[in-house]
Design a protein around this ligand. Structure first.
Ligand code: IPE
Ligand code: IPE
Ligand code: MG
Length: 236
């Protein structure tokens, strides 16, 4: 068996190339202010906008954002429909700016399970930014690691032996650099079925900041902390 691909950072630290964020705490942000959850999600979208704008300036190659998990279907229908509406409006309002800023959009997860109008908007956004060469924003939609690994393993099995390499080659993230840093907001310290495989040697960074309050400055703090971490990958 070969050793996992060595991500950036290396034993002497360095700049993160690929950062992922579990954007959590919209509901609690709203609750603290006696506002409806939907307002928390709206403010969450504004935080996404700001962080996406900041990502390029921080020299990030890839920013992966957990927006809707395979388990989030367990939420009330009204909340799911609020989230879908926000997603549609975000694409309509922000696609052009992202395209002009050379951002490439990517989706991980099985977004084809969404309503046809959402799928069409997403497909259009992907096509519109496909040849861009700046920061890749990978949005995790209807994403769950266990689903992703199962899909990858069955594709690998249909082609030959299942090994860590053949599974990795079929993950939704196969074309992305290795995950360097995984951030979770809102004080929760769990992965919630996000990038379980990719996080094998990622550095983890937790903050109590609720997602709507998260800014590019917090992202920079996390990336600065990453640069001081010593990564050993099991060696010495
Ligand atoms: C994260 O905020 C957004 C999604 C999961 C879509 P939450 O809605 O999970 O907020 P909390 O965790 O209830 O505060
Ligand atoms: C993880 O947050 C999913 C997203 C941020 C999209 P959740 O709020 O759904 O996770 P749990 O339920 O607290 O683990
Ligand atoms: Mg949550």
């Amino acid at each position: 068996m070969t050793v996992p691909a060595v991500a950036s950072g290396g034993p002497e630290g360095g700049r993160a190339r690929h950062v992922a964020i579990i954007m959590d705490g919209n509901g609690r942000w709203a609750k603290k202010r006696h506002l409806p959850r939907a307002v928390g999600h709206q403010r969450g979208v504004e935080a996404v906008r700001k962080v996406v704008r900041g990502a390029e300036g921080l020299g990030l190659e890839v920013l992966t954002l957990y927006a809707f998990s395979t388990e989030n279907w367990r939420r009330p229908e009204e909340e799911i429909s609020d989230l879908m509406g926000l997603m549609k409006r975000f694409i309509l309002s922000d696609l052009e700016e992202m395209a002009e800023n050379n951002i490439r959009l990517k989706i991980i997860g099985d977004y084809k399970a969404f309503a046809p109008d959402v799928v069409e908007l997403i497909d259009n956004a992907l096509a519109h930014t496909a040849s861009n060469t700046g920061t890749t924003i990978a949005v995790a939609l209807n994403y769950g690691s266990m689903d992703e690994i199962a899909r990858a393993a069955s594709k690998a099995a249909s082609e030959g032996p299942i090994t860590p390499e053949t599974i990795a080659a079929h993950l939704d993230t196969a074309d992305l650099p290795p995950l360097d840093l995984l951030i979770r907001t809102s004080g929760e310290e769990r992965l919630s079925n996000f990038l379980l495989w990719q996080a094998a040697y990622a550095e983890l960074w937790f903050t109590d900041v609720l997602w709507p309050d998260f800014t590019a400055e917090h992202l920079k703090q996390a990336m600065d902390a990453f640069a001081t971490r010593e990564r050993r990958y099991g060696g010495r």
